[in-house]
Design a binder for this molecule. Structure first.
Ligand SMILES: *Cc1c(COP(=O)(O)O)cnc(C)c1O
Length: 430
């Protein structure tokens, strides 16, 4: 089937990128468990290595099972191409790598997944890169943080852990004015709830570990390119606009046009950084994506029911779910994520740190794990785990203070989830 844009999301999440296996007729996408691919002859091999012909060489670069997943995610996000990699964190490095150089910086939201804050505030310094964190609700602060060395703006569509919704239209307008790409982590929203490219994002990154796979089986990541950024408009992005010595002076943007970022991601990024997704992982994620819309509908329905119930509970100070009218982000739902505010929110408990610890230890259906976006309901006390490396100020700014528990609502019966939360809340206050 051709991936005509006229097909609906539910059709594309099953069919985009895939077709019956040409060798066997297998209807489901085979797991191509192979490292290398036989060249037709020496000329064919040379053409592949020169990037004059597209084909399979070696599975660090490309693999037919992974290629189906790449096309599926690119289609669902409305991008022109995608590169899958070994984890969400790998995807973030793969997205930044072609843009950055020693001395360059990114401007990032201070409301991000805890591991991303650590990656951006600590680890990327080893490459000579840095990040300036600002409150993305303060548009003047975002503008003021951009300087001559800035090479990208980075935020999450629905920000983990609080479920805050970023005004992507306003942020992409700032990025456009500055001639910079906007990178949006769409892990918590998924393309079913939010399509950042329609709001001006240049690149979309995913931890496919979460909702995209949806069953907590494999780690993976993906970088999707909108194909819309003009990498040659300034001299800021020489990896894409200037001659590449490793390919006899080829210029990626001039040669591959809107696919420049995707080709660079494979031909340079995967080739030399090696953060490759394996075909088994791609298989599990393809299985998960087939039911993405159905799962997201139930995640949203359950999150709304449970967060409304929690908000009324005596042991609860407040709930941050943007689907609730009490949320300051409620107004953004219709514009940014019209099918719902996701399945992720935080609940602040009376009794602070100690009450939170008792609460997570008393839950029975909910598992206390460092994961989200699973079919099963999960909780985590961010301050003592994922956000532990952050200062108290960073924790509070990220919506992960000591009195707060993050909830990732699964697709079980809402009544059972409520009963479990109720008994654990009573114990938290004892
Ligand atoms: C989990 C997560 C990541 C990191 O992804 P991994 O697959 O764990 O490396 C990045 N961003 C968000 C929003 C996440 O939830």
């Amino acid at each position: 089937m051709s991936d005509a844009p006229s097909y609906g999301f539910d059709t594309l999440q099953i069919h985009a990128g895939a077709r019956p296996d040409p060798a066997t007729g297998a209807r489901q996408t085979p797991i191509y468990q192979t490292t290398a691919y036989v060249f037709r002859d020496a000329d064919h091999a040379a053409a592949l290595f020169n990037l004059q012909e597209v084909g399979y060489i070696y599975s660090r670069l490309t693999n037919p099972t992974v290629a189906v997943l790449q096309e599926r995610i690119a289609t669902l996000e409305g991008g022109v191409g995608a590169v899958c990699c070994s984890s969400g964190h790998a995807a973030q490095i793969m997205a930044l790598f072609p843009l950055m150089a020693p001395g360059r910086n990114i401007v990032a939201s201070n409301r991000l997944y805890g591991g991303t804050i650590t990656q951006f505030s600590q680890t990327i310094k080893r490459f000579g890169w840095s990040a300036t964190f600002v409150d993305f609700d303060d548009l003047d602060a975002v503008k003021a943080a951009i300087d001559d060395d800035t090479r990208a703006i980075f935020c999450e569509a629905i920000a983990n852990p609080g479920g805050y919704i970023t005004d992507l239209d306003a942020i992409s307008a700032i990025a456009d004015d500055a001639g910079l790409p906007l990178i949006v982590d769409n892990t918590s929203a998924t393309p079913y709830l939010c399509r950042p490219i329609e709001h001006g994002a240049t690149l979309v990154v995913h931890s496919t570990t979460k909702y995209m796979t949806g069953n907590g089986t494999v780690t993976g990541g993906c970088v999707v390119d909108s194909g819309k950024f003009d990498w040659s408009a300034s001299d800021k992005f020489p990896s894409l606009s200037a001659p590449e010595p490793a390919y006899h002076g080829l210029k990626f943007h001039e040669t591959f046009g809107p696919l420049a970022f995707t080709f660079h991601g494979i031909a340079i990024g995967l080739r030399d950084l090696g953060m490759t997704m394996n075909p088994q992982a791609a298989h599990y994620t393809l299985m998960g994506i087939e039911t993405l819309s159905l799962r997201m509908q139930r995640h949203v329905e359950n999150a709304l029911t449970v967060s409304k119930w929690l908000e009324q509970h005596d042991a609860v100070d407040y709930v941050t779910y943007a689907g609730l009218p009490s949320s300051p982000y409620h107004d953004r739902v219709d514009r940014i994520c019209p099918k719902g505010a996701g399945g992720l929110f935080t609940v602040a408990l009376k009794g602070g740190y100690d009450a939170c610890v008792k609460f997570v230890d008393s839950l029975e259906i909910f598992s206390h794990v460092a994961n989200l976006g699973d079919a099963r309901s999960l909780v985590i006390h961010s301050a003592s785990t994922t956000h532990r490396q952050l200062t108290p100020e960073q924790q509070t700014a990220a919506g992960a203070g000591p009195n707060v528990v993050r909830i990732s609502i699964g697709i079980e019966d809402a009544a059972d989830l409520i009963a479990d939360l109720d008994q654990a809340l009573v114990k938290s206050q004892a």
